[in-house]
Design a protein around this ligand. Structure first.
Ligand code: ATP
Ligand code: MG
Length: 294
């Protein structure tokens, strides 16, 4: 029966832990955090969760010690430039939409750095030497890569490096260290990775898990709209909000009025609401969707 249990590695603590747990919770996999150990079994799905440092996740999944993992694309790229780790294939099977950040080159504010050629012969401090080396060789620049595990942003002020190559999200850390971002090199988000050699017996479990993950990911970008419409606005409203197949229209108790229910893309929400109000929609409710199964 050992083969019929999937094992997923997630970050034990840090920036990806909470969103990774939230995704599992969204798909009905609830781990009791108070009883959390290194390895925890989910009560309602044949899955166990292995809590690791994010650096270790790509390798553990490629080796098959875990079948799946949730990790930043930056860690995947740093540990594997050709889709394998120590000869074992690692597959990126879903982009998860959280943990967004970028890895950028940054230099002291006063430096007149206006092209990548500035980095020729310079010392660059980073925790991502492989991604940096790959980038520099692609643009034909030779620089000295200084590998530092943490607090990369202090390296220029400490005289250890002329520039840094580090994770940026808002840019606040750079500014407070007197640095400016000059080149956005690598865009990252959390991804679901899978062992390239998943035992066949586990495939149906993975399919079920992916089905649930997809329905949760789709629903995160959608909103459920409910509104009241006068009869004469219905035709236009259906054109504004075509919904999944078509919106649901139900008569209200008040003569000549209808309720319309529809699911729309969150990115279009405010534009659609403006159009619907313009044709006479009233009492518009916007609700979150939990799962969407197309
Ligand atoms: P661990 O103890 O697991 O090794 P860590 O200190 O290496 O943790 P975190 O700082 O928790 O890593 O970041 C984990 C991942 O979160 C990063 O690799 C990156 O993919 C993502 N991330 C998103 N935004 C940021 C950010 N502003 N700074 C750092 N990482 C970010
Ligand atoms: Mg780490």
């Amino acid at each position: 029966m050992e083969n019929s249990l999937l094992r997923i590695a997630i970050q034990a603590k840090g920036r990806l832990n909470e969103d990774s747990m939230a995704l599992l919770r969204d798909i009905g996999i609830k781990i009791d955090e108070s009883k959390r150990k290194f390895l925890a079994q989910a009560p309602d799905f044949p899955l166990e969760v292995l809590y690791l440092r994010d650096d270790d996740i790509p390798q553990v999944v490629a080796a098959g010690t875990a079948d799946l993992g949730i990790v930043g694309l930056n860690e995947v790229a740093e540990n594997s430039t050709d889709g394998t780790i120590d000869g074992s294939p690692l597959q990126i099977i879903r982009e998860l939409g959280f943990g967004q950040c970028r890895i950028s080159l940054a230099v002291p504010k006063a430096e007149p750095c206006d092209s990548p050629a500035w980095f020729e012969g310079k010392r660059i401090a980073t925790s991502y030497p492989n991604i940096l080396r790959h980038y520099l060789s692609g643009i034909g620049v030779n620089a000295l890569i200084e590998v530092i595990a943490g607090s990369v942003e202090v390296a220029p002020a400490a005289g250890i490096a002329d520039a840094i190559f580090d994770i940026v999200s808002s840019g606040g850390t750079l500014v407070s260290n007197g640095l400016k971002e000059v080149e956005k090199v690598f865009h990252s988000q959390a991804v679901l990775v899978a062992c390239g050699q998943l035992p066949a017996a586990k495939q149906p479990l993975l399919d079920e898990l992916l089905f649930r993950i997809d329905s949760a990911l789709v629903s995160r970008q959608k909103k459920y709209l409910v509104m009241n419409l006068p009869q004469e606005a219905i035709e236009q409203a259906v054109r504004i909000v075509p919904a999944m197949r078509s919106p649901t229209i139900m008569p209200l108790a008040a003569q000549g009025w209808y309720a319309m229910h529809a699911v729309i893309e969150e990115s279009q929400l405010w534009e659609k609401i403006r159009q619907l109000k313009a044709i006479g929609a009233e009492g518009i409710l916007v609700l979150n969707t939990d799962k969407i199964i197309p």
